[in-house]
Design a protein around this ligand. Structure first.
Ligand code: HEM
Length: 245
C-alpha cells in the first residue's frame, strides 16, 4: 500500500511539474495551482496540491465506478427496469448526445442510480474519531474512540425503509423522497465533510449509464448478483460479469 501510494504521488508530482507558468490551465489542477489563501495571499504548497490531486483521484474514481457497476448489475437483473430507462433515454436524447440538459430530464435514470447506491452504497462505511469525550444518545464515548457509521446497514434498515431489500426505484420519485430523514440515505455522507464531488458524480455517473444503455442491452450471465465485498468501496467479490447484447 505504501509503495502504491508513493507511485501515485510521484505521478501526481510529474503532472504538477508540467503545469507551471503559462501552462496552468483552467481545470481542477489549474485551479489548485492558481489558488491563493484569502488571508495570507500565499499559493498552495506543492505537497498540498499533490495530496489534493491524489485524494480527488481516489475519492472520485473508484466510488463512481462502483456506483455504475452496481447500477448495471441491477439493471441486468431487472430487465423491465433496464428497458424503461433505455426508452426514457432514447425518448429524451434520440440519436443526439447526452449532456447536462438531457440528464436533468431523465428522472427514471436518476431514481435507478440512487436506488442502486442505496442497496450498494459505494462507500459502505464511514469512520470518525472523537477528539473530545462525547455523549451520543446517552452513550458516553472517550476521547479517541472510533465511531463506525455503517451506511450499508442504514440504507437497508427496516425501520427506515419499507421492504428494504427490494430494488424499488420509485422510492426516489420527488414525492416519495419528501419527509425522509436526512441520514436515512447518505451515499455521499453528511455534515461538514460531505462529498465535495457529489453533484459532479451524479452528472458523470448518470451520463455514462445513459450512454451505455442507449448503445447496448446488458445481461447477467449467471443470473445472479455478485457478492458484495466491503473494502474502502463496495466492490463485487469476483468482479462484474455482464454481457452486452
Ligand atoms: C458515486 C460517487 C461518489 C460517492 C458515493 C462518494 C462518496 C463520498 C463520501 C461518503 C464521502 C464522505 C467521507 C466521510 O465523511 O468520511 C466523500 C468525500 C469526498 N469525496 Fe466523494 N463520492 C463520490 C464521488 C466523488 C467524486 C467524483 C469526487 C471528486 C471529483 C469526490 C471527491 C471527494 C472528496 C475530495 C471527499 C472528501 C471531502 C472532505 O473531506 O471534505 N467524490 N465522498
Amino acid at each position: 500500500m505504501a509503495r502504491a501510494g508513493k507511485t501515485l504521488r510521484s505521478v501526481a508530482q510529474k503532472v504538477l511539474a508540467a503545469r507551471s507558468g503559462a501552462n496552468e490551465g483552467d481545470d481542477l489542477l489549474g485551479r489548485l495551482v492558481t489558488a491563493h489563501d484569502p488571508t495570507t495571499g500565499n499559493a498552495m504548497p506543492a505537497g498540498l496540491i499533490v495530496d489534493n490531486v491524489v485524494t480527488f483521484l481516489m475519492a472520485g474514481h473508484e466510488t463512481t465506478s462502483q456506483a455504475l457497476t452496481w447500477s448495471l448489475c441491477l439493471l441486468a437483473l431487472f430487465p423491465e427496469w433496464q428497458e424503461r430507462v433505455r426508452q426514457e433515454v432514447l425518448g429524451v436524447a434520440g440519436d443526439g448526445g447526452i449532456g447536462r440538459d438531457e440528464i436533468a430530464k431523465l428522472t427514471l435514470l436518476d431514481a435507478v442510480f440512487q436506488e442502486a447506491m442505496r442497496l450498494y452504497s459505494p462507500a459502505p462505511v464511514l469512520m470518525r474519531r472523537t477528539i473530545v469525550p462525547v455523549a451520543l444518545d446517552g452513550i458516553e464515548l472517550d476521547k479517541g474512540a472510533t465511531i463506525i457509521i455503517p451506511i450499508y446497514v442504514v440504507h437497508r434498515h427496516k425501520l427506515l425503509w419499507q421492504d428494504p431489500l427490494k430494488f424499488d426505484p420509485p422510492r426516489f420519485a420527488p414525492e416519495a423522497k419528501a419527509g425522509r430523514h436526512r441520514c436515512a440515505y447518505m451515499p455521499f455522507g453528511a455534515g461538514p465533510r460531505t462529498c465535495i464531488g457529489a453533484t459532479f458524480a451524479m452528472l458523470e455517473g448518470k451520463t455514462i449509464l445513459a450512454t451505455l444503455l442507449s448503445h447496448a442491452r446488458f445481461e447477467l450471465p449467471d443470473g445472479e448478483l455478485p457478492v458484495p465485498l466491503a473494502r474502502i468501496t463496495l466492490c463485487p467479490k469476483n468482479g462484474l460479469k455482464v454481457t452486452p447484447l
